[in-house]
Design a protein around this ligand. Structure first.
Ligand code: ADP
Length: 511
């Protein structure tokens, strides 16, 4: 990796790492604060639900008291029994004015209650009078001997006229019915399935009400029922606790941050990869320029040297002359081959190369190419075996371009085989394709470089490859050509020191 690439890598890593560290640190830091705020907010919400339920019970009792006082003052028994029939929670009402003590029950008159109210609860009524003077009609709960009932002491809203006696009142309520008929509907509308509420006595022996079966967990808030001090209401968040809610929120936040960072990371990786690709390409381009200049310089120097020698008439023998002519012609062919390759490549890059596809016999074509190439192979000391499959279907090919591809493979096999100079050329069909395959026993290609050999300008970075002439365009050209044929080029197998096998796949003409 070049120094500048490493620098870019470091900058990009810092770019992702820093916000991640800050975000996580901030999130962890604010966790406690969040927890406190959420506990507070939820706590207040729970508290306000309990308050509203209590307030509702209180309001209901106040209406009953109002109605009872009115019925009593109007001496209207029908009104009184209507109240008692409507409100099953009221067991009976006791009202005392002077010596006149009346007990109203659902079944009618009942004078069993013998204690004058004001004598039984003197201090309580005193308190109520004080409240009334302050403009507030209070309803005061008191315990009764019968523990299955709750007593509610009250006074009329207005003080009696000077010549009239005070009216003392007692409402005896059935807690069970009070909870189920008065409080429960209110609880249901206030909680809306988000919360669970249970009402039980303070000794936790009797559950009067619960919104639904709940696990044995401590309620998050409890509150005494104002009108029934022996009972309390507990409230939970449904299905969770505030703590787990806070934790879940924090985990969600953290996950979100990590998720965002992952996205960022992927983005940075993509950017990094494309930068690296661009830099590799820039490097490959500059290598290409120096390779090409080097490759051009050698044949040019040879051509000009031999041409000058001939021109000066210094060559005496015809044999020598012929040899010099051959060298000049060979080197100029090399030059024009290289220039053609570059021109072809730029044509292809610009998408301007045109192909003429015709059905061709695979084996005939291969043999035709070998016929013109075999001499060159022999000169370089190579032996080439062929193993051509019979009955191959014809393939669609642009003969010139296909020949260029095969020659590129042959050229490479020659260039990158120094000791073992055996080549094997095979044809056959596989997976609906007709192929020609060239196996050499040369230097091979390291695994990590195999994917890149088809990239333009790419050359393996080893010293051996460096010493061989090349532009890095050959295989890229082959790939272009084969893709245009609807086929492809494959590096079937290659290992350093063990040679390589390249295959060209063509599409059969009759498909
Ligand atoms: P060039 O041969 O001009 O460098 P190519 O595109 O033809 O460019 O090949 C790209 C690289 O692939 C070569 O530089 C070489 O490192 C490697 N290569 C190609 N063919 C062979 C082969 N038969 N044996 C070993 N290496 C090969």
């Amino acid at each position: 990796m070049s120094a500048s690439l490493r620098k870019i890598g470091v900058i990009l890593s810092v770019l992702i790492a820093l916000p991640l560290i800050f975000a996580v640190a901030y999130e962890l830091n604010s966790l406690n604060e969040n927890e406190r705020v959420i506990v507070e907010v939820y706590g207040e919400q729970l508290e306000s639900i309990l308050y509203s339920v209590n307030q509702y019970g209180d309001d209901a009792a106040r209406v009953w008291v109002q109605r009872a006082v009115e019925a009593h003052q109007n001496n209207d028994t029908a009104q009184m029994s209507q109240l008692l029939n409507e409100q099953q929670a009221i067991k009976y009402v006791v009202l005392q004015a002077g010596d006149d003590l009346n007990v109203y029950t659902r079944t009618g008159w009942d004078n069993d209650w013998s204690n004058p109210l004001v004598d039984a609860y003197p201090s309580e009524y005193k308190k109520l009078i004080t409240y009334r003077k302050a403009g507030y009609q209070k309803i005061l709960p008191i315990p009764l001997a019968d523990t299955s009932s709750e007593g509610l002491l009250f006074l009329p809203q207005t003080s009696p006229e000077p010549d009239e006696p005070e009216v003392y009142g007692l409402l005896v309520v059935d807690p069970q019915v009070f909870v189920s008929q008065v409080l429960a509907p209110r609880i249901q509308s206030a909680t809306q399935e988000k919360f669970m509420v249970a009402i039980q006595d303070s000794q936790e022996t009797e559950v009067l009400y619960q919104t639904e079966a709940f696990a044995e967990i401590l309620p998050q808030r409890t509150n005494e029922i104002w009108l029934m001090p022996g009972y309390e209401m507990g409230i939970w968040l449904n299905g969770t606790t505030i703590d787990s809610l806070v934790k879940q929120r924090s985990t969600n936040n953290l996950l979100l941050i990590v998720g965002l960072e992952m996205l960022l990371l992927i983005g940075v990786l993509v950017v990094f990869r494309s930068i690296r690709k661009e830099m590799d390409l820039a490097q490959a381009k500059s290598d290409f320029v120096s390779n090409v200049s080097h490759e051009i310089r050698t044949p040019l120097a040879l051509i000009s040297m031999f041409a000058e020698t001939l021109q000066m008439g210094r060559v005496r023998t015809e044999k020598k002359k012929q040899e010099y002519y051959r060298i000049i012609s060979q080197e100029s062919q090399r030059l024009s081959g290289m220039v053609n390759k570059i021109l072809n490549f730029s044509k292809m890059e610009a998408g301007k190369r045109e192909y003429q596809f015709e059905p061709k016999g695979m084996n005939e074509w291969v043999e035709g190419v070998l016929e013109t190439y075999r001499f060159h192979l022999q000169q370089k000391g190579f032996s080439l075996d062929t193993d051509l499959a019979e009955d191959l279907p014809t393939v669609n090919m642009d003969r010139e371009a296909a020949t260029e591809s095969l020659i590129n493979l042959l050229d490479n096999a020659i260039k990158y085989s120094e000791e073992d100079k055996r080549l094997l050329l095979t044809t056959g069909r596989q997976n609906g394709r007709v192929f020609v395959e060239l196996k050499d026993h040369g230097m091979g290609i390291p695994k990590e470089a195999q994917a890149a050999v088809f990239d333009k300008f790419y050359r393996v970075g080893s010293a051996e490859v460096h010493n061989t002439k090349g532009t890095g365009l050959g295989l890229s050209l082959v790939q272009h050509i084969m893709n245009a044929h609807g086929g492809n080029v494959e590096l079937r197998q290659s290992a350093p020191g063990k040679g390589s096998t390249f295959r060209l796949n063509f599409v059969p003409a009759d498909v």
